[in-house]
Write a protein that binds this ligand. Sequence first.
Ligand code: SAH
Length: 256
Amino acid sequence: MVAEQLRPHGVTDERVLEAMASVPREEFLAPRMRRHAYEDRALAIDCGQTISQPLVVALMTQAASPQPADIALEVGTGSGYAAAVLSRLCRKVITIEREPALAEQASQTLVVALMTQASSPQPDDIALEVGTGSGYAAAVLSRLCRKVITIEREPALAEQASQTLRRLGFENVEVAVGDGSQGWPSEAPYNVILVAAAAGSVPQALIDQLADGGRMVIPVAVSAHEPQDLRVYLRRGADVLYRSLFPVLFVPLRTG
Ligand code: SAH
């Protein structure tokens, strides 16, 4: 993409070229569109909208000369792809989308990336995810640690995710069916725990299954009228401390 589409057509800023090379464009597309991700054209996304052609994103970004300390506003998030490119080049990006479904989808992609980063996964770690859903977050996490166990309470979702993961060759992910608020004691303790559904309070079983030095990222529903608080809990011996990351909106963690 960089050598064939961008450089010959006037994208010369090395930082912009690096940002374009580092953002996986396929992640911003529906699975059936992914094989077209690097073609030199705009592609359809949901709500009858499009993800811009790579060259257009690169030229617009370059023309705006984003600097590392800058704050940027983008109007029209769409897939979130251009915002992701821009975010590599400045301090903060605020992006506005009028279609709620698109805004929701784009922010989910970003939230997976930020949650994964907050849990600092290491190559020898064993990780537990609660709420497999599609299996996407488990797939991302599995690239960063030794083994991932992911629990889903809906058997149909667990089955589908497990098939997807197997088909794509993610061999270090195990999908289990059950109530993830109880954790998965047989492989505990875990260095990383990611919870993809919001709890009113952090389940004690998950705290108990967090290894010394382990990190748990979990959305906590502090009150019915406020967004949930995404937190990272850190265990140091018998002490468990947390810090708040940012407000989020996840489906509820259903227990029992
Ligand atoms: N990580 C997922 C998104 C998960 S959405 C992905 O990458 O696609 C949250 C999921 O949590 C839903 O699939 C829901 O069925 C599941 N869930 C809710 N409560 C749960 C519980 N107690 N145990 C396990 N899964 C739960």
